[in-house]
Design a protein around this ligand. Structure first.
Ligand SMILES: Cc1cc2nc3c(=O)[nH]c(=O)nc-3n(C[C@H](O)[C@H](O)[C@H](O)COP(=O)(O)O)c2cc1C
Length: 199
């Protein structure tokens, strides 16, 4: 059964970023549900069928390892003058506020045949599939991309090779009562972003 355009529009327009602080920390995301979201990510479009998206899901105690590693690396790579205690704290605290954090990256698969940008675009499509599926399930999501994800040391920790690209961390969790409805997100008019060529 294919959802109607009206249902699809409602789904797309109701997806809202929900920050980890607005998620129910102690309510788990069932493994079967997480797998269904990831299965939907796997159906993103992909030039040359390279399927370059890769995911690692951190749950349970692994979330503390992720937060601890991000803090350790932030301290290591940040010049003392730029170091911010609040950022450091958030890097450690956020992963403990969400039941699931999915780290996503592009694994370079296309060789010279597929331009790198197209492999990155395919991963972004997979991320959107994941976020929309999360919305449909009632879950909140937050795509986070601290500068750290582009650091070699973080990529090494995850086993992401030099030719691959980390896309970010996707926090998933059940929104606290009223959390998502309270969040506002606006867009400027589509009319300013399109033109038509019809002759
Ligand atoms: C590639 C990408 C990276 C993002 N990284 C961050 C981030 O590091 N921090 C953040 O607060 N939001 C991040 N976001 C989420 C945006 O802030 C969010 O989508 C925007 O505010 C619009 O809100 P909405 O998702 O509810 O429509 C990112 C989004 C994308 C697509």
């Amino acid at each position: 059964m294919i959802p109607s355009l009206a249902e699809t529009s409602a789904l797309i327009r109701s997806r809202r970023t929900v920050k980890p602080a607005d998620m129910e920390t102690d309510r788990p995301v069932e493994h079967a549900l997480l797998m269904e979201l990831l299965e939907n990510a796997n159906w993103a479009p992909t030039h040359g069928l390279t399927e370059p998206w890769r995911f690692r899901a951190f749950t349970g105690d692994a979330r503390a390892r992720l937060g601890g590693e991000m803090q350790r690396l932030y301290r290591e790579v940040t010049p003392p003058a730029e170091f911010r205690e609040d950022k450091f704290d958030k890097l450690g605290a956020n992963p403990l506020l969400a039941p699931v954090i999915v780290v996503a990256w592009m694994e370079r698969r296309g060789g010279d045949k597929i331009p790198e940008i197209e492999e990155i675009e395919a991963v972004a499509c997979a991320m959107q599939n994941l976020m929309l599926s999360a919305t449909a399930a009632g879950l909140g999501s937050f795509w986070s991309s601290p500068p750290l994800i582009y650091e070699r040391a973080f990529n090494d920790w995850l086993g992401i090779r030099a030719e691959d690209r980390c896309a970010g961390l996707l926090y998933l969790g059940w929104p606290k009562d009223g959390a998502s409805s309270g969040l506002k997100s606006v867009r400027t008019s589509i009319h300013d972003k399109i033109s038509f060529a019809d002759a």
